[in-house]
Each structure stands twice: as C-alpha cells, then as structure tokens.
Write a protein that binds this ligand. Structure first.
Ligand code: SF4
Ligand code: SF4
Length: 426
C-alpha cells in the first residue's frame, strides 16, 4: 500500500499554471513547473483546498462511481452525517435512508450511529488519560496527516479510537454477513463521503492496518440521484435510522466535542485555524484542556469539497434536524465492539527535512538562508514556488534554480546585456 496515496490529483490538460493553488496549499505541496502545477505527494495532506481554489477545475478528487455496486451481491451504504445537511426541508432522516435503498443499496448503516459509540469510548479514554491532555480528535484524516508530517511532538496526543466511518464499516460488514450468510467479499460496504481525505483514508489508512470500506462515492454525485427518490418515499419511509443528536452532530464543527459532555474543549475548523491551534499547542498555550476537536474544512465535514450545500447553511439544517431527535443512539444500545481502537501507531514522516542527517540539514539550512538573502522577499509566486523561502529550499534540494526567480533572472539579463554593450564599445 502506498503510504502517500492521494485522492487529490491534477488534470494537467486543464491547468493554466495560474499559481492560485500554490499560494493556498497549507503544506506548500504544489509548484508550477513548465506552466503546469505539480503536487509533491509526500507533502500533500488531501485537504482539498487546491480543488476549492482552482478557477480552471484542474484539481480534482478521485472516487468510485455508482457502477461499483455491480461488483457486490449485497450492498450497504454508509451515509456520513454531513449528507443530511444537504437537503432543504428535511425533517426525517429515514427519508434519505429509504431513498438510498431505492438507489440500489440493500441496507444502510448510519455513520452517525457508530459516531455515538465513538463518543462513548472517547469519554472514557479522555477521562482515563489525563497525562495526555489535551487529546486531539482523529476523525478528520487530514488532521492526522498534517500532524504526522508537521507536528511530531503532538503525535502522542492523538485519540487512538477508530473514526466513526471505520467503525461503521466494521459493524455494517459484520451485520450484513450475519443477516445474509454471505462471505465478506460478496458484500460491498460503500461510504458516501463529503471529502477527498476520506477517500485517501480508505486506500491508505492511518492508525488501522486495513480499512473495511470497499468503495467511496462522493456526496455530490449521489445527491442529485437521491432527490427524486426522496420525493417518492416521503410518505412511506422505513424506520432505518439508528442515531440521535450526538451522532448527527458529528457532521459539523463542535459536534464531536459536544458529545464528550465536558466544557473543557476547544473546537477549530478551517485548515489555517487548525494550524494556528496546533502551533499554539506545541507552545503549550492550552493549560488543562481535556480535548481538542479539529476539522480541516470550514464548518467541519459539511464544508468538504465533495458536498453541494454551503457549509454554514448545511450546519443550520443539521441543527434543525436534531431538534426532535433523541439524545443518543436508540438501536445500538451499549454494545461496544472489541476492535474499536487503532491497531497501529502513527509514525512521524519527516518529509520537510532538508538533509539525511542533522549535520547535513544544518548545512543545507545555512545555504537556504544565503539564497534567501539574495531573493527579493516578495513571495510573488512567479517562480512557481509559493514563497521565496520555498524557492530557496527547492534550489538547495536541487529541484529548482535561483534564476527561476524572475527578479534574479531580470538582473542577470541586465548584467549580461551591460557586459555585451561594454565589450561592443571596447
Ligand atoms: S490553480 Fe493551480 S491547478 Fe488550477 S490552473 Fe492554476 S496552477 Fe493549475
Ligand atoms: S490537497 Fe491540500 S495539501 Fe494537497 S496539494 Fe491540494 S492544497 Fe496542498
């Protein structure tokens, strides 16, 4: 399995080399070379910011299409709670779930149901691990990837409990085998995802050795197919929902933390805010906070690039939907699965280091500073790197030249032409 597999890709034919994305990428993973964007796969954390910002739709997320259902005898849909925030005037989640069955699924298993079990386990874990406070949530795969490459000192704070979607996949697979008698390989567990990071997590999971999810569809692809089916079933929806307020609240920022039933938490969303919080956490600015919930997208999962609704509107819709729901899951009860914890640890990936050894890194760092002193410090992006420092690092790594800077290049041309005219005069 490729530990740097990514759902986020470039469509080179559409890329105009406009440099919008290089400025937006939180890990400086993108360069424009020869007029086209290039993603350094070791740096990318699948946040989807470049998809959001690209005016030419040249950045895209890869995921499965509906045809994947044909590969399985029995198909189970795992709807993310953010799916419910996409629909206008939805007052009963069972309408969405019944429509999913009409769409071609044999059963549905709500991720929000599993989320309530994760909330229950997290409450116990946080209380019994005071030495690791604040515990950092791990439901957003982009956050785990970011910490893995940029904040190694914070790895020990990660909550080692399965993300709700992984627990849902495990429980749904088991339930389907028990109910149908089919072997696991004939059952397709299909997640309806709000973001590319969760597609990446299916193929290259962190914290667990293998994902139980068989395929991932994008919410934005399923949404238009669901609308007419929801109309058809609005008067005859089956009772399929297994979650309460706590579970569906995970769909937007602050929902996971509120399920911990403590006031000692911080919830931040949006990748730039998240980075600020992690930097402050490294500087030990948070005293005795018990828990930190972080979501890479604005508004939480409702802000994922594979959704259709404005994240703030979707958040309000989820809030309204919650109003008449029970507090917690009514169907799963207190059954706690044995495999609800990570089975592998997340290791630091020092992808940003300059040299192979400390000595080499120090020497290369000194060369970066020398080059940086010669660059104009405008961070204009014309060289294809997001900042002058990033260009200096690329030069030291041997993947760019100082003359890629148009200002340095212009000075160079002036110098040459001065020398030529001097020679000419002589
Ligand atoms: S934003 Fe990036 S990917 Fe999109 S056209 Fe500009 S350089 Fe290419
Ligand atoms: S997905 Fe995020 S980290 Fe990856 S290249 Fe795009 S902006 Fe950068």
């Amino acid at each position: 399995m490729d530990k740097f597999y990514h759902s986020v890709r470039l469509d080179a034919d559409k890329c105009k080399g406009c440099i919008n994305c290089i400025k937006r990428c939180p890990t400086q993973a993108i360069r424009v070379r020869n007029g086209k964007a290039v993603i350094t796969k070791e740096f990318c954390i699948d946040c989807g910011e470049c998809i959001r910002i690209c005016p030419h739709h040249a950045k895209l997320a890869t995921y499965d299409d509906m045809d994947v259902l044909g590969q399985y005898e029995y198909k189970v849909a795992l709807p993310a709670p953010s799916l419910y925030g996409q629909f206008n005037h939805l007052d009963d989640i069972n309408i969405v779930l019944t429509a999913l069955k009409r769409l071609g699924f044999d059963d549905v298993f709500e991720v929000s149901g599993a989320a309530e079990i994760v909330s229950q386990l997290s409450r116990a874990y946080v209380k019994s691990h005071k030495g690791k406070w604040p515990i950092i949530s791990t439901a957003c795969p982009t956050i785990v990837r970011l910490i893995r490459v940029r904040f190694p000192n914070l790895l020990e704070h990660l909550l080692p409990i399965l993300a709700p979607v992984d627990l849902a996949a495990q429980l749904a697979g088991k339930k389907a085998m028990e109910e149908t008698g089919l072997p696991r390989e004939k059952i397709g567990i299909v997640f309806l995802s709000p973001c590319p990071a969760k597609v990446t997590a299916r193929y290259s999971p962190l914290g667990i050795s293998k994902s139980e999810i068989d395929a991932v569809l994008a919410i934005k692809e399923v949404y238009p197919k669901l609308l007419p089916l929801m109309k058809e079933v609005s008067d005859c929806a089956e009772e399929l929902s297994i979650a309460g307020k706590i579970g569906i609240s995970w769909g937007s920022s602050g929902g996971e933390a509120s399920g911990l039933l403590t006031d000692s938490y911080l919830a931040a969303d949006g990748i730039e805010n998240v980075i600020r919080v992690l930097e402050d956490l490294e500087d030990q600015k948070f005293g005795d906070l018990e828990f930190i919930e972080l979501n890479a997208c604005n508004g939480g999962c409702v802000g994922g690039v594979l959704t259709v609704e404005n994240p703030f509107v979707a958040k309000v819709k989820i809030k309204q939907l919650r109003k008449y729901m029970p507090v917690a899951c009514v169907r799963l009860g207190t059954k706690v699965p044995r495999n609800a914890y990570w089975d592998t640890s997340v290791q630091y990936e020092p992808v940003f280091k300059l040299g192979e050894s400390v000595k080499e890194s120090i020497e290369m760092g000194a060369r970066v500073e020398e080059i940086l002193a010669r660059l104009p410090g405008l961070d204009c992006g014309s060289c294809g790197a997001p900042t002058c420092r990033a260009l200096a690092e690329d030069v030291v790594r041997g993947i760019a030249r100082e003359k890629d800077c148009i200002h340095i290049f212009r000075e160079y041309i002036h110098r040459i032409s001065d020398e030529i005219s001097k020679l000419d005069q002589e």
